[in-house]
Design a protein around this ligand. Structure first.
Ligand SMILES: *Cc1c(COP(=O)(O)O)cnc(C)c1O
Length: 462
């Protein structure tokens, strides 16, 4: 499989180059040049497979030509073997035609593990074959950092540095990062905000000497391999609830649009999906776009679901690329206008076409808390403030013939304060993490000073 940039100017790349490159050189994002196709019989044939076996079938066409099938199979089996539930991604019934898929049984209890556990192994595999090493640097406001650290720990060809704003992530989130004692994991608590950490990462990537010397790389959600790994659980869920003989609709709590875009990929690959309902918090740029046809930036406001506190959904570019049908120059212009003016209209025809597949709804913090309480008291399912937004928009969406599956993206114990306040119940950490607060922590505190941070990274590597 070859990959092409959404902006149309960067060279086409193979899977392993796309994996290591992340962002295309023309500023675009990579997409496969065509969608692998699965027939109704292919999908029927997936019934009864384990999660990992189904994931191999769904993903292999994307890596074919770069990784032999046996090797790929081993990497996938290994990625999911230690998840905390035998089904990996269990589905639970909330109502006659409504289900929730729990995507929080990975090592850090958020759905990001489903992609990052595989990504870390793919990086190591490809780097080893090439005889290369990389230094991954990232900034986190919570979930991404721990999932990336868990994915990269003890991998021979990777060193990982994660910066978090000192004192501004929750205790659970910090400890999930700082209690990992692996030699190749380096936690930095920066005396500053998340934006300061993010700016430091950007500045390091823009310093070409530093970037080349350390072979810097990133595992953020614009990496195609993360989307690819997420496509698997859409097939998984749909097959469990009756695909290909019954249609499935998905409800997805959305921030960067990566998770829900993976569902769109599954639909392009032949999975019978009857549309997507996007859920947002008060940072509702996507909801406003689908409801009005105009995309307008506003300032980011903190909410109970911090992983969705986003104004620019970077992966939305991949959906737009489908609707610009290969006209990368026009897409580039529209997105440049958006950055400059804070507002853009992608055209009525495109908007209407996108509205055939996507509807959207937002919940503010009060509605989020009420929904946590309602679902808990009516169904017994204790949901975190992100997951509940997906379940609520699934419940409130227009009824169709399809079964609706909402994606639960984090374990309630990651957000104990909000869950306790809303439901009256304190969510316990799963047993394998129950000693999290007894473990030793290791991290270094650094001033918010770019040169100091760079020097620290270079010294640590030496
Ligand atoms: C990252 C995250 C999201 C948002 O996912 P996107 O792929 O950015 O849309 C939602 N919920 C949780 C818990 C997350 O960690």
């Amino acid at each position: 499989m070859q990959y092409v940039s959404t902006r149309g100017k960067a060279p086409a790349l193979s899977f392993d180059d796309v994996l290591l490159t992340g962002l295309a050189r023309d500023g675009g994002l990579y997409l496969p040049e065509s969608w692998p196709q699965f027939s109704e019989d292919d999908i029927r044939d997936m019934r009864g497979l384990s999660y990992a076996d189904m994931a191999v079938r769904v993903m292999y066409p994307f890596v074919e030509g770069s990784i032999p099938k046996d090797d790929f199979n081993e990497l996938v089996q290994d990625a999911y073997k230690e998840f905390g539930h035998p089904s990996v991604a269990p589905l639970k019934q909330l109502d006659a035609d409504q289900w929730v898929m729990e995507l929080f049984h990975g090592p850090t209890l958020a759905f990001k593990d489903y992609a990052l556990q595989l990504l870390g192994r793919l990086f190591d595999y490809v780097l080893k074959k090439r005889g290369e090493k990389v230094t991954i640097v990232g900034a986190t406001s919570g979930d991404t950092g721990s999932a990336a650290i868990e994915a990269c720990r003890d991998r021979e060809c990777i060193d990982i540095f994660i910066m978090h704003p000192k004192g501004r992530v929750s205790d659970v989130q910090r400890r999930q990062m700082t209690t990992i004692m692996s030699e190749n994991v380096h936690n930095i608590a920066v005396e500053g905000t998340f934006d300061d950490c993010q700016d430091a990462v950007k500045a390091m990537f823009n310093d070409m000497d530093f970037r080349d010397k350390l072979n810097l790389s990133a595992v953020n959600s614009i990496n195609w391999a993360r989307i690819m790994a997420q496509v698997a659980y859409y097939f998984w869920a749909a097959v469990q609830v009756g695909a290909p003989d019954r249609k499935t609709r998905f409800a997805v709590p959305t921030g960067n649009f990566g998770n829900v875009f993976a569902g769109y990929c599954a639909q392009q690959m032949g999975l019978p999906i009857d549309g997507f309902i996007i859920g947002s918090n008060r940072n509702d740029i996507l909801t406003r776009y689908f409801n009005t046809g105009v995309m307008k930036m506003e300032t980011v406001e903190p909410s109970l679901s911090p992983s969705m506190d986003i104004q620019i959904s970077s992966n939305f570019e991949r959906l737009l690329a489908q609707h610009y049908a290969g006209d990368g120059a026009a897409l580039d212009q529209a997105l440049t206008d958006f950055r400059n003016n804070g507002e853009v209209d992608f055209g009525k025809d495109r908007w209407q076409a996108m509205c055939k597949d996507f509807t959207a709804q937002c919940l503010d913090d009060e509605e989020t808390k009420k929904a946590i309480s309602d679902f808990y008291h009516q169904t017994g399912e204790l949901l975190d403030p992100h997951s509940v937004i997906g379940c609520a928009v699934a419940r409130d969406g227009e009824k169709t013939d399809a079964v609706t599956v909402a994606l639960a993206t984090a374990h309630p114990a990651k957000f104990p304060a909000a869950v306790k306040e809303a439901s009256g119940v304190h969510p316990d950490l799963p047993e394998r993490l129950s000693d999290l607060f007894d473990r030793d922590e290791r991290f270094d505190v650094l001033e918010n000073d770019l040169d100091g941070i760079k020097a620290y990274i270079e010294e640590t590597l030496a």
